[in-house]
Design a protein around this ligand. Structure first.
Ligand code: NAI
Ligand code: MG
Length: 490
């Protein structure tokens, strides 16, 4: 396939051509500069410093965002503590629920604006931000609004009490959704929050602050501080926090664990993954191929539970790889705001370089590289959908999290071998399995060490269903009653 670099239009010698169908970006009214959201209003950062958030599809600067330092963190934690003690922890659950319902409804009303901004700031296709990120974020607020006045039923026979002030740090792959995952359960349980978004994708969290204002959320209940890893480290070190919740890399998770050890702070960590996606020979192959493609190319592979290792039974390996390659040729890569786009931009230059480096190592170590012929846009950060075959468990690409649109294919002969390979990883977040036999699925699910196992589907999320990992994928669960438990003392 060939592409017109300017607008992601595709000219292919295929069956038909799509006309570009870009979403109108004028629905987003960006300010040129954003302050820190402390005590219900946007304020200047103590340092006076700002940094830029780019559109990774065009490298165009979108807005300047305040850089929070330790002083700002302290100011925000004090605001959150005051709101906790004087108001939020004392408010009856049914009153807290009203705020959460209101936030959820406003998110729905403004969903197109949020979807466009999410795609602009992070590079993900509008189809995903529109159909996945924003609806799930609203669903998370609705779900937890429902729990706010029913906590004594969630923890029957015990008295759940909030923890206090919570520090939360989130990554760039699902910016608004991760904010919702963190904020909704914390507020439902009566805690107050200081949250730090990722440096490349702060804009939807800042728009969420406008929603809090619109919903009349009392000042100080949620404070949002933008900055980088150092800002995150200062937040973790603040002595007056009762809990830290983090989603991001295993390496930073480890540093946070050290920083929190020996303090009163509770900790939940949601870290990396290297999911095995297993196809048995009795699976419905075409559906499985669709699921594999969704599992790894969804959101450019910027997904901690991405199905990055394909384990295919040897008897069908050739057929599956052939079908996969044919499907991958048809994926549309380009303008994230175009509704036809399957694969958007890589989130940052840093992440692009990491993907390039790991794929190069894979090839050096003997993997065979397949990428469809495609001219990528000249500006912005892009990586084509990639399949690596002839991969074994000794290969770096089968062990390291790549966090890009790169699938490593391994083969197995027996169900035992599939389980052994699936578990041969330091991670344990998720896995997928395709088979027509219920017994085979149940056996696999009971033996694989992963927090989530999808059967004959992939990347399905629901606020009622707990999500989280084993081993180096972290600890604690988000979603469902398990997720609530991480925000109460019983
Ligand atoms: P990261 O772990 O550095 O960043 C995640 C968040 O933590 C950001 O808000 C960042 O500002 C903050 N942070 C960074 N250093 C910190 C520190 N010392 N203390 C407190 N907060 C800190 O992830 P990064 O560098 O963006 O991505 C690196 C790799 O991590 C990716 O290539 C990917 O493999 C993995 N990753 C996994 C994610 C997941 O959902 N499990 C999400 C993002 C990245
Ligand atoms: Mg950005």
């Amino acid at each position: 396939m060939r592409r017109n670099g300017q607008n992601g239009q595709t000219a292919r010698g295929g069956i038909w051509e799509y006309a570009p169908a870009p979403e109108d970006r004028s629905i987003v009214a960006l300010r040129s500069r954003y302050g820190l959201f402390i005590n219900g209003e946007f304020v200047e950062p103590h340092s006076g410093r700002y940094f830029t958030s780019l559109n990774p599809a065009s490298e165009e600067p979108l807005a300047e965002v305040a850089y929070a330092d330790a002083e700002d963190i302290d100011r925000a934690v004090r605001a959150a503590r005051h709101a906790y003690e004087t108001l939020w922890s004392k408010l009856p659950g049914k009153e807290r629920a009203k705020y959460l319902f209101r936030i959820a409804r406003i998110l729905q009303e403004r969903s197109r604006e949020f979807a466009v901004l999410e795609s602009l700031d992070g590079g993900k296709p509008i189809r995903e931000s529109r159909d996945v990120d924003i609806p799930l974020a609203a669903a998370h607020f609705f779900y937890h609004a429902g729990w706010a006045d029913k906590l004594e039923y969630a923890f029957a026979g015990r008295t759940p009490r909030p923890l206090g002030v919570v520090g939360q740090i989130i990554p760039w792959n699902f910016p608004l959704l991760m904010a919702a995952w963190k904020i909704a359960p914390a507020l439902a349980c009566g805690n107050t929050v200081v949250l730090k978004p990722a440096e490349t994708t702060p804009l939807t969290a800042l728009l969420l602050c406008e929603v809090f204002q619109q919903a009349d959320l009392p000042p100080g209940v949620v404070n949002i501080l933008t900055g980088d890893g150092q800002t995150g480290a200062w937040l973790v070190q603040h002595p007056d926090l009762d809990k830290i919740a983090f989603t991001g890399s295993t390496e930073v998770g480890r540093q946070i664990q050290k920083a929190v050890a020996g303090t009163r702070k509770r900790l939940t960590l949601e870290l990396g993954g290297k999911a095995a996606h297993v196809i048995f020979e009795d699976a419905a192959i075409d559906q499985a191929v669709e699921g594999i493609v969704n599992g790894i190319y969804f959101n450019q592979g910027h997904v901690c539970c991405a199905g990055s290792r394909l384990l295919v039974q040897e008897s069908i390996a050739e057929l599956v790889v052939r079908k996969l390659k044919r499907r991958v040729q048809r994926l549309r890569i380009g303008d994230p705001l175009d509704k036809n786009t399957d694969i958007g931009a890589i989130n940052s230059l840093f992440q692009l370089r990491k993907i390039e480096r790991l794929v190069a190592v894979g090839v050096q170590e003997g993997a065979e590289l397949y990428q469809p012929e495609c001219a990528l846009p000249s500006k912005g950060y892009w990586y084509p959908p990639t399949i690596l075959t002839k991969v074994s468990m000794a290969h770096t690409v089968a062990r390291e999290e790549i966090f890009g649109p790169v699938l490593s294919v391994l083969t197995f002969r027996t169900p035992d071998e599939a389980v052994r390979i699936a578990n041969n990883t330091r991670y344990g977040l998720s896995a997928g399995v395709w088979t027509n036999k219920g017994s085979r699925y149940l056996e696999f699910a009971s033996r694989v060490k992963a927090g989530v196992v999808w059967c004959n589907t992939y990347n399905k999320f629901d606020p009622a269903s707990p999500f989280g990992g084993y081993k180096e994928s972290g600890f604690g669960r988000e979603g469902g009653i398990h997720g609530l438990a991480a925000y109460v003392e019983v």
